[in-house]
Design a protein around this ligand. Structure first.
Ligand SMILES: *[C@@H]1O[C@H](CO)[C@@H](O)[C@H](O)[C@H]1NC(C)=O
Ligand SMILES: *[C@@H]1O[C@H](CO)[C@@H](O)[C@H](O)[C@H]1NC(C)=O
Ligand SMILES: *[C@@H]1O[C@H](CO)[C@@H](O)[C@H](O)[C@H]1NC(C)=O
Ligand SMILES: *[C@@H]1O[C@H](CO)[C@@H](O)[C@H](O)[C@H]1NC(C)=O
Ligand SMILES: *[C@@H]1O[C@H](CO)[C@@H](O)[C@H](O)[C@H]1NC(C)=O
Ligand SMILES: *[C@@H]1O[C@H](CO)[C@@H](O)[C@H](O)[C@H]1NC(C)=O
Ligand SMILES: *[C@@H]1O[C@H](CO)[C@@H](O)[C@H](O)[C@H]1NC(C)=O
Ligand SMILES: *[C@@H]1O[C@H](CO)[C@@H](O)[C@H](O)[C@H]1NC(C)=O
Length: 397
């Protein structure tokens, strides 16, 4: 009996936090955490809680998925130093990779508060998103003292968050195909972090009804997107957008613009065996590598239906123009309608008449020209090879 009681007490011990415990220990929904005091070079005092998980690590089965609620932990988690940042290409940004540990386990918030807030509560909250065009950057670039001097020591709680960058956050293979991937997982991280602030910030002395979202550059665009998203209703009350706004010329928001790059990434990593390519005949619709010429698109949708003898209506053309209204889709318009759809339809008809029909996919490269072309035939760039008619090589034994 005595032994049993002893065991129970021993197991419970880490959870018993008494009134006399230091204010650096907080109980949040998923467990206890220990932060620390930080005194800035200017002598201002703040309390910091760094690297608190706001979601499960998005690794393994959870990679490319919406964030899930953190698993509770036992005992007290030390949250006294920054944890790893989400991955990005640090060569491209000339930020020294060695200054930051990077990991896929990066869904953390960092909190800067002060004694007044921790003991009395009710402090206003800033929820901050770093910049980096959704490709790079980390909240762990922020200087603790700066945040204590400017926010925490003035009774404003500062929360910075790490969200998935680049392919980990915005991979978009084809969301219309119901793949096992969620799209916009990085933006879902943003929403999850705001939900976390709503449910937990009072434990750091924050007023959850006084949350200001704020960000610079890509973080500013994030704030701008949050202002128009129905997913964020009630999660914040004011917004500050700094040097970054939706529709910046340098960063046009074109629906599914990331699809082409995502497919290319899958191909480059050996996860996809081919890129769609046959003739790329519709590439002329794409202007400046980004925009799809609207007049040409409508005209071409109609022309292509005429040439294949398709009984189209104005509505069919509208559907076509809507579907191929991005650079990553427009490039496949001619190939899909001229080659893939008719081949598929033919195969289906043969199949329906109970005849065997087989679909093959071939991989080959570097075969040169199968035909001697005239002077008006354009040179294909490497991405366009193998090209239409070059499958001839398959019949050369
Ligand atoms: C957490 O911090 C406490 C106090 O500094 C220390 O005693 C303990 O060993 C730390 N725990 C871990 C897992 O680092
Ligand atoms: C990272 O950026 C450098 C410099 O822009 C570039 O050469 C390199 O290919 C990039 N690496 C990846 C994996 O994108
Ligand atoms: C990176 O992680 C290692 C091992 O956990 C640690 O010793 C080091 O201080 C970390 N570096 C940074 C910049 O956080
Ligand atoms: C951080 O900011 C403080 C002032 O808030 C400054 O004194 C200190 O030098 C900064 N640290 C670094 C590493 O830049
Ligand atoms: C994807 O799922 C939705 C909802 O379950 C369904 O209506 C749609 O037909 C599916 N699309 C494909 C391409 O399977
Ligand atoms: C074309 O479609 C219309 C309805 O959309 C139909 O009335 C007409 O018969 C069709 N023509 C042919 C040749 O199939
Ligand atoms: C289809 O569109 C053309 C040009 O936009 C128009 O002249 C024609 O009346 C439309 N046809 C129908 C049936 O709406
Ligand atoms: C194509 O997208 C542009 C914005 O990128 C929009 O202005 C236009 O109306 C769209 N066109 C169609 C046919 O959906």
């Amino acid at each position: 009996m005595t032994l049993k009681i002893l065991i129970v007490l021993f197991l419970l011990e880490p959870f018993v936090i008494s009134q006399s415990d230091p204010i650096t220990i907080r109980k949040i929904s998923s467990g206890y955490i220990r932060g620390r005091k930080h005194i800035s070079e200017n002598g201002n005092e703040g309390y910091v809680f760094l690297g608190i998980p706001y979601a499960k690590p998005p690794i393994g089965e959870l990679r490319f998925r919406k964030p899930e609620k953190s698993r509770p932990w036992l005992g007290v988690m030390n949250t006294t130093e920054y944890r790893a940042s989400c991955y990005w290409n640090s060569t491209a940004t000339s930020n020294f990779a060695s200054m930051f540990n990077m990991s896929e386990d990066c869904l953390h918030v960092n909190i800067y508060t002060n004694k007044e807030c921790l003991t009395k509560g009710g402090c206003a909250v800033i929820h901050y998103f770093h910049g980096g065009r959704f490709i790079h950057g980390t909240p762990t670039q922020f200087n603790h003292s700066f945040l204590v001097d400017n926010f925490a020591s003035r009774d404003v709680i500062f929360v910075s968050v790490g969200v998935r960058n680049a392919a980990f956050g915005v991979l978009n293979l084809n969301h219309k195909l119901n793949l096992s991937q969620d799209i916009n997982s990085g933006f879902q991280d943003v929403v999850a972090s705001l939900q976390w602030t709503q449910s937990e910030i009072s434990k750091f002395g924050g007023n959850k009804n006084k949350v200001t979202i704020m960000g610079h550059s890509g973080g500013g665009i994030n704030v701008n997107l949050l202002l128009v998203s129905p997913l964020t209703r009630g999660l914040f009350h004011q917004a500050v957008i700094m040097s970054g706004i939706m529709g910046l010329n340098v960063f046009p928001l074109v629906q599914d613009r990331n699809e082409g790059a995502s497919r290319y990434l899958a191909y480059a990593l050996g996860c996809a065996r081919t890129l769609n390519k046959e003739s790329y005949d519709s590439k002329f619709l794409i202007k400046d590598a980004v925009y799809v010429d609207q007049e040409l698109l409508l005209w071409y949708c109609e022309q292509i239906f005429i040439t294949i003898g398709y009984n189209y209506t104005n509505e069919t053309i509208d559907v076509c123009a809507k579907e191929y209204n991005s650079s990553s889709r427009a490039i496949d318009l001619a190939d899909n309608i001229r080659y893939y759809v008719p081949h598929f339809n033919l195969a289906e008809r043969i199949f329906q008449s109970q005849q065997p029909v087989y679909l093959y996919q071939f991989e080959y490269s570097g075969i040169g020209d199968a035909f001697v072309s005239g002077p008006n035939i354009p040179q294909y760039v490497p991405e366009e090879i193998p090209h239409h008619a070059q499958e001839m090589v398959l019949f050369i034994f």
